[in-house]
Design a protein around this ligand. Structure first.
Ligand SMILES: [Zn+2]
Length: 385
C-alpha cells in the first residue's frame, strides 16, 4: 500500500473544491448562485408618476393648500400628512414602505443622501417608462402614449414563453394602455387593464358587485380606472391563481397630479401603500409564496418641482427623469434607505425580475441593462446610515 496515495487524493479534492468555488464566485450568474435564491415569485408594482420627493421627505408643505394644491380641507390634510421631520412625514404618508420595506429591503433614489435613480428614455412620460422597466432598455421609437402595440417583448412575455413560468404571469393595471405596452394580443399574456374588463358569464356575488361598480362609476379619466377597483379585481384573481411574475399598475397618483389636486395625490399614495401592504400580507399567508416573494415597487417617471411644475412631466420638465425603486424579498439584504451608492436606472428592473427568479434575461436580450445590485452575493460595499 502506497502511504502517499491518501495525501494525493486529498490534494485532488482540494483542487476540485477550489475550482468549483472560483466558478461560483466569478460566473455571471452561476447555477450554484441561482439555486441558492429563495424567491419563487416576483411582483412589480408601479405608482404612476409619484415623485421621489414625497417618497423620501413626505408631503410638501407649500403645496398643501387651496392655492397651489387645490386642497379641499387644508386643516385635515395637514393633520393627516404634515410632520415636523422628513422621516415622520414620509412614514405618515407611506407607513408600509417606511416601517416594513425600509426595514426588510432596500430603497434607492433619495438624492439628498447620494442615491440617484433615473429613467434613461429621455421622454419622461408613461409608455416609454413602462417599456424601459419591463423590456430592460429604452426604445426611442416609442414617443407617444398612443404608440400602439409595443414592438419589444417585455421580461413578462419572456418569462411566460418559458415552460417553467408559462401561464403563471399576469398583468393588472388601471390604465388601458397596458394592453398595448404588454402587447396582449401577440404576447399571449393575461392582461386586465382599464375600465372594460372581459367579465365571464359565471360571477360570484363579489364579482357581480365589482362589475357593476366598473360599469356605473363616473369615469374621471376615461382610460384609467380607480386604483381600488383594479386592486379588488387582483385580489379576486389571486384566490384562484398563483402567478410567479405579476405586474400591478396603479394610476391615480398621476391623474390627480395632472389635475393639480395635491391632496388627492397624497391620499392616493397613502391608499396605494396600504394596498401594497394588503397584497404582501395576502400573498405571504399562502404556502406557495411564504418567504419566497420579492416585491419591486417604483414609479414610471418623476415630475417637476416648485409651486407649479410638480403637476407636469415630459422631456422639457427638469427633474422628471428622477425616480425611486424599492425592493424587498428573501434574497435582498435589509440595507434600508440607500445612501452614497452608484446611480441605478429604470432599465435595470427587467433583468432584476428575471434574476431573482434565477433566470438570465441578458443572455437572451443583450441590450437590457444589468440587474440592480440587490442580491446578497452581488452586493457592493454599502455605506449604511
Ligand atoms: Zn402623466
Amino acid at each position: 500500500m502506497n502511504p502517499r496515495r491518501p495525501l494525493f487524493l486529498i490534494w485532488v479534492c482540494v483542487l476540485i473544491a477550489a475550482l468549483l468555488a472560483s466558478l461560483a464566485t466569478t460566473g455571471p450568474i452561476s447555477n450554484a448562485a441561482a439555486t441558492a435564491l429563495k424567491t419563487r415569485a416576483v411582483v412589480l408594482i408601479v405608482l404612476d408618476g409619484f415623485r421621489w420627493q414625497e417618497v423620501f421627505t413626505g408631503a410638501e408643505h407649500d403645496l398643501m393648500d387651496a392655492k397651489h394644491g387645490k386642497a379641499q380641507d387644508t386643516t385635515q390634510l395637514r393633520k393627516d400628512f404634515w410632520r415636523e421631520t422628513p422621516e415622520a412625514a414620509r412614514e405618515a404618508l407611506m407607513p408600509f414602505l417606511w416601517t416594513v420595506v425600509a426595514n426588510q429591503g432596500q430603497i434607492y433614489g433619495n438624492q439628498h443622501k447620494g442615491s440617484v435613480a433615473q429613467v434613461t428614455n429621455g421622454f419622461k412620460f408613461s409608455y416609454p417608462g413602462y417599456n424601459e422597466m419591463s423590456a430592460g432598455y429604452p426604445n426611442p421609437q416609442i414617443n407617444s402614449n398612443e404608440f400602439g402595440a409595443n414592438p419589444n417583448a417585455t421580461v413578462f412575455e419572456w418569462l411566460n414563453n418559458q415552460p417553467e413560468f408559462h401561464n403563471q404571469v399576469a398583468i393588472f393595471g388601471t390604465w388601458d394602455t397596458f394592453i398595448d405596452i404588454f402587447r396582449a394580443k401577440q404576447s399571449g399574456l393575461f392582461v386586465r387593464a382599464g375600465w372594460n374588463l372581459p367579465w365571464t358569464e359565471q360571477l360570484t356575488p363579489r364579482e357581480q358587485l365589482l362589475k357593476k361598480l366598473y360599469e356605473t362609476s363616473t369615469r374621471v379619466e376615461d382610460d384609467d380606472a380607480p386604483d381600488s377597483f383594479t386592486h379588488e379585481d387582483l385580489l379576486d384573481y389571486l384566490q384562484t391563481h398563483s402567478p410567479r411574475a405579476l405586474f400591478v399598475g396603479y394610476g391615480e397618483t398621476d391623474d390627480w397630479a395632472h389635475a393639480g389636486k395635491y391632496d388627492l395625490v397624497l391620499q392616493a399614495a397613502h391608499e396605494d401603500d396600504q394596498r401594497i401592504a394588503e397584497l404582501w400580507r395576502t400573498m405571504q399567508a399562502r404556502p406557495e409564496y411564504h418567504d419566497q416573494l420579492t416585491f419591486i415597487i417604483t414609479c414610471d417617471h418623476g415630475r417637476g418641482s416648485g409651486l407649479k411644475l410638480w403637476r407636469d412631466h415630459d422631456k422639457n420638465i427638469p427633474g422628471a427623469e428622477n425616480i425611486w425603486i424599492a425592493v424587498m424579498g428573501p434574497d435582498t439584504p435589509p440595507s434600508g434607505e440607500m445612501s452614497n451608492v452608484p446611480r441605478v436606472t429604470q432599465s435595470q428592473i427587467a433583468a432584476t425580475i428575471a434574476q431573482v427568479l434565477g433566470q438570465d434575461y441578458r443572455t437572451a436580450v443583450p441590450q437590457a441593462a444589468p440587474p440592480l445590485p440587490i442580491l446578497a452575493q452581488w452586493q457592493p460595499k454599502i455605506e449604511q446610515q
